[in-house]
Design a protein around this ligand. Sequence first.
Ligand SMILES: *[C@@H]1O[C@H](CO)[C@@H](O)[C@H](O)[C@H]1NC(C)=O
Ligand SMILES: *[C@@H]1O[C@H](CO)[C@@H](O)[C@H](O)[C@H]1NC(C)=O
Ligand SMILES: *[C@@H]1O[C@H](CO)[C@@H](O)[C@H](O)[C@H]1NC(C)=O
Ligand SMILES: *[C@@H]1O[C@H](CO)[C@@H](O)[C@H](O)[C@H]1NC(C)=O
Length: 542
Amino acid sequence: MELSASSGLWAFVFFCHIGILVSSESFTLKGSDSPVIATVGTDVILPCQLSPRTSAKQMEVRWHSSEIAGLTHHYENGHDALQKQNPHYQGRTELFKEELPNGNVSLLLKKVQVADGGSYVCFIGNKSNYLESLVELKVGAVGTGPTISVHRSQDQGVTLTCSSEGWYPEPAIMWADRHGQRQNSTMLSVKDVQGLHNIQSHVDVKDNKSQVLVCRLQSNFWDQTRQSELQLSSDLFPYDKHPYVVTTVILCLLLVIFGVVTGFIFKTERESKGKLQIAKELLKARNSAVQIRVDPNTAHPNLHISSDCLHVSHSDQKQEVTDTLERFDGWACVLGSETLRAGKEYYWEVYVGNKTDWDLGVTDGKANRKGWQDLKPENGYWGIRFFNSTDYIAFEDPEVKLKLGKQPKVVGIHLDGKAQRLDFYDVSDMSHIYTFSLKFPLDVYPYFCPGLNKNGKNKDPLNLCFLSPDYSDLMSSTSIPSPHISTSELLEGTNRKDVAVEHSNLKNSDDATLPFLHQAPFIQKQEPSPQSVNMHKLCIGS
Ligand SMILES: *[C@@H]1O[C@H](CO)[C@@H](O)[C@H](O)[C@H]1NC(C)=O
Ligand SMILES: *[C@@H]1O[C@H](CO)[C@@H](O)[C@H](O)[C@H]1NC(C)=O
Ligand SMILES: *[C@@H]1O[C@H](CO)[C@@H](O)[C@H](O)[C@H]1NC(C)=O
Ligand SMILES: *[C@@H]1O[C@H](CO)[C@@H](O)[C@H](O)[C@H]1NC(C)=O
């Protein structure tokens, strides 16, 4: 083949120049000047060539990545020596043994993953000398579809959802009409276990005329566009007798595909859900509504807590409190005062308003509250964080970056102990934010971190909403059939009985944030306190 011819030629070149090259020690090792691009799931060669061509058979060859510790591949004394290989690469790397006599120490990396991306160092050496060279590997994946699904929404319109799975890096997604006019939409992106992006974009259509809508995904990395088109017919709009039966039509018209198309199997982390579905879920969750208050004894010294224990804010001024084991001293957080028992169901809401930073979730009562450890499941925390006004993370391991279309004003948290799941909802937008699956039954506490006040930018308190019974009436005014919840049911549905209730001598009208040291942690009240009523308005009126 061509190979033997060219190696013959190289041998010739080599022998012509050997004297000069060796004596001047002008050996070089050449990787690749331009990045090597690979698609997830395929095999790729990371080039590395000793020149002039000299046998590398008796040399030590090492490949390692700037991103992943340990060695990617190791060859020594004429054999692969993979004891120090990072398990990430196990069984996926090979040198071309037949190429070693030519000084070709290129690495074959099989079944490329997202995490493989980065710079690689190719090292070759013997006792007296060594050379190194760099190869940049860029990894990408082109997603599926997109598919468009149609959901009828409550308000005489339809919601179209465009979904595509398995992209890396994340592509841009947009909706446009026939004339290329962009449509307002909300976007959501979830990373799967392989680090690939599954994205969705929703657009609400109120217009009952026939029209064509296009969902377009664009990846600058691949210089690729993929789109699906949907012809909406006006028949879709008139209501039938059962408007709340969600009809889902999957229309998959794949019109334009450029470039490589590779099929992947993905685990979708979440199904697409219409707003109506969410509204139903929320209604159901509210049956287990519980009035949560915070426990000042667990509060970080910089937190100020209102007298009714419903409002928590951060201040630069430290409170004079004793540093006990149960108190947070790193993260500015506080626990709810009630134990949420394993296997039971609870629901609570927090008004976050326009705060720029916050953390919400549940924690194992035994979890460490000291220092700045990650608030992730491994450490006994299941929660989400909003920070810098823009970024949302679910603290899975690894973290999941969430893309929400809108900034939630009210966050609903539903702990379903039976199903062992923890759901976060944007109540203001009737959308689902994230669901954690809890691996084992456990008593937990809610936690609340209002974030640092950031020179006043994030000074607003986190407000625990007062979930009054007429909340569900308000919900049902959107004419979704709702189970009737009476006050007594609401109170019984909670674990109030589990809580040692202390009477408070505090005036409820006292709105000032007092140092919390002298406050009773709980207030037993069947009726909403004046402040709670305000909260009620605050949460609902948003
Ligand atoms: C090194 O070997 C591989 C595998 O045969 C080949 O694809 C590559 O082109 C070789 N590199 C050079 C510089 O010859
Ligand atoms: C080490 O490799 C260089 C070429 O890179 C060669 O000139 C030298 O003879 C080798 N030394 C030993 C001890 O093998
Ligand atoms: C799209 O959103 C912008 C800003 O939120 C708003 O001003 C505009 O009216 C919206 N357009 C449509 C068609 O809803
Ligand atoms: C569209 O809706 C308007 C009222 O909003 C109604 O008058 C009209 O008949 C509807 N058109 C069709 C084609 O359903």
